[in-house]
Design a protein around this ligand. Structure first.
Ligand code: SAM
Length: 349
């Protein structure tokens, strides 16, 4: 994937942030994964106006005198093989409305427009809007919004554009806001069928991690409460212009119809999870005890951990999602019975 070749035009390209001294070859039609052939309408890269041709990307960027904004996490994809993999992983059909976050110059948007019923693309950088208007002009099913995705009411957008039916989110995400974007979608329960996104490889591994591994933490538990994660591809830096300093991965998060565990108080569950991983080297009991978000006594915490069947010195990283849910319910019950005792006057208020 993305074997690099020198590109003589790289130094003619304005960039404030990164060097751009190699572009991947894209002569890869026969390297196309079999699952990509004959599925949804994914236009072959042979079309001269497809931006996945790196030369076309460079030509567009130069003609518009585009200057990369490091602060917006701009690393544009220039590999058709990766783009096809994303479309296949996202399982886009003509029935789908897709929300693309950060279309850049529209490279992935072109593929999405070919495969989906409708695409809404939200781009923060106003310098990219005229470029998008040009590169996406042939596609009537694409709408471009110039906005900060973190300020968009996505649930309202889904109601307005898709009658509230679940959408598919597909993006090569700006890495500086990966977690707020994904957690915003999940916690606000925006109707999404799946989220298929390019993220930093390390973040994808954290989302998919299981108890006991070094990557396991609050992000793994939060993502797995709402979704089934699946890493569809690892993507090296030379698939982007400019090259990011880190490896990337495409992860698909498919929404659960029902969360895999039942819990009385979801907010408490997530407060407990956050507290357990805030101080990673501390025991679970100390993490919960020291958390400003929780007000259980040392005794209540110790008792709950015992009732869970765990040793007193257990660390958060050893607990499964199910065990966290059980711990949360045990602590809720203790809080409730304390409240009842207070109301009966058995405890000072
Ligand atoms: N999708 C393009 C591609 O794959 O070539 C560009 C991906 S680039 C990694 C991330 C894009 O997100 C950039 O176009 C950037 O300007 C945009 N972006 C950054 N922060 C954003 C935000 N808060 N809201 C919307 N778009 C944002």
């Amino acid at each position: 994937m993305c074997s690099a070749r020198p590109d003589a035009r790289a130094d003619a390209m304005p960039t404030d942030a990164h060097s751009m001294n190699a572009a991947p070859t894209d002569a890869r039609a026969d390297a196309m994964p079999t699952e990509a052939r004959g599925t949804n309408a994914v236009t072959p890269d042979a079309r001269a106006d497809m931006l996945s041709d790196p030369q076309k990307t460079i030509e567009v960027l130069q003609r518009h005198r585009f200057v990369f904004q490091k602060k917006f996490g701009q690393n544009f994809l220039i590999d058709g093989h990766v783009l096809r993999k994303i479309i296949v992983a996202a399982d886009i059909t003509k029935e789908d409305m897709v929300l693309e976050i950060g279309p850049g110059i529209g490279t992935m948007t072109q593929y999405l427009a070919e495969a989906a019923g409708r695409v809404t693309a939200v781009e923060i950088d106003k310098m990219l809007i005229p470029i998008l208007q040009e590169t996406l002009a042939p596609y009537e099913n694409v709408e471009i919004l110039n906005a900060d995705i973190l300020k968009v009411d996505i649930a309202a957008l889904v109601r307005e554009k898709n009658g509230g039916r679940p959408i598919k989110v597909v993006a090569n995400l700006p890495y500086y806001i990966t977690t707020p974007i994904i957690m915003g979608l999940l916690e606000k329960r925006v109707p999404v069928h799946s989220i298929t996104v390019m993220v930093q490889k390390e973040v994808a591994e954290r989302m998919q991690a299981q108890p006991g591994s070094k990557d396991y933490g609050a992000l793994s538990l939060a993502v797995q409460y709402y979704c089934e994660p699946y890493i569809a591809a690892n993507v090296p830096p030379n698939c982007f212009i400019p090259r990011p300093k880190v490896g990337s991965a495409v992860i698909r998060l498919t929404s659960h119809e029902e969360p895999p565990v039942k819990v009385q108080d979801e907010k408490l569950l997530f407060r407990i999870i956050r507290a357990s991983f805030n101080q990673r080297r501390k025991t679970l009991a100390n993490g919960l005890n020291n958390s400003p978000e929780l007000s259980f006594s040392k005794e209540e915490i110790g008792e709950a951990i015992r009732e869970l069947g765990m040793p007193a010195g257990v660390r958060g990283e050893a607990l499964t999602l199910e065990q966290f849910a059980r711990l949360s319910d045990l602590l809720s019950q203790k809080a409730e019975s304390e409240q009842t005792d207070r109301e009966k006057g058995d405890l000072p208020s």
